[in-house]
Design a protein around this ligand. Structure first.
Ligand SMILES: [Fe+2]
Length: 226
């Protein structure tokens, strides 16, 4: 077969694949997850105005931009345009990370949260940090210290079987950039606290422990161990 007829065959395949990819892309469009509590339900620790803007505007923007980026990525894949694929990666990391991180964050919070973790999670915290208070102190310090915008994380290291505390810049997703499985994330972008706490990030981080959903964190640990 000549090179030209081979190219023709590839083009025909690409032409028949494009609608299929389009269908797949449409089917897999990401959407903003509903919260299981009202915007005002975390008051007085996080006020309703922050929650409404954070969920319906900020998270929604990550979702929309992720869908746009994935659509462009599908087009680049279909064309075999590696340059375009590479140039889309920062947008994929930022908006994909933003969607992943916020989706976890909403479930990490609950109006019935706070208190202390129980069961296996509590045992793992005591084993790896010494005490619950030590975990809170260490994670608060790492989270407050994030330079600019980012997240503090409690993650599970599948290789060692241990819990780890770390921080990620911007919207870098924990698992995609460090390999740790995310259990609990604290968003310290200013959009997460500025309307209520102004520039006093430590007060916001101190308050958020009152609404942490430890049941959700425990479920994530169980799932990470499988
Ligand atoms: Fe955020």
């Amino acid at each position: 077969m000549s090179m030209l007829s081979r190219l023709g065959q590839v083009r025909r395949c690409a032409a028949t694949l494009t609608p299929v990819l389009g269908t797949v892309a449409a089917r897999w469009k990401h959407s903003l997850p509903d919260l299981t509590y009202d915007y005002g339900a975390l008051e007085p620790h996080i006020n309703a105005e922050i929650m409404q803007l954070h969920h319906s505007k900020h998270h929604a923007t990550y979702v929309n931009n992720l869908n746009v980026t994935e659509e462009k990525y599908q087009e680049a894949l279909a064309k075999g345009d590696v340059t375009a694929q590479v140039s889309l990666q920062p947008a994929l990391r930022f908006n994909g990370g933003g969607h992943i991180n916020h989706t976890i964050f909403w479930t990490n919070l609950s109006p019935n949260g706070g208190g202390e973790p129980q069961g296996e999670l509590a045992a793992a915290i005591n084993r790896d940090f010494g005490s619950f208070q030590a975990l809170k102190d260490k994670m608060s310090a790492a989270t407050v210290a994030v330079q600019g915008s980012g997240w503090g994380w409690l993650g599970f290291d599948r290789e060692s079987g241990k819990l780890r505390i770390t921080a990620c810049p911007n919207q870098d997703p924990l698992q995609g950039t460090t390999g740790l499985v995310p259990l609990l994330g604290i968003d310290v972008w200013e959009h997460a606290y500025y309307l209520q706490y102004k520039n006093v990030r430590p007060d916001y981080v101190k308050a958020i422990w009152n609404v942490i959903n430890w049941e959700n964190v425990s479920e994530r640990l169980q799932a990470a161990k499988k």
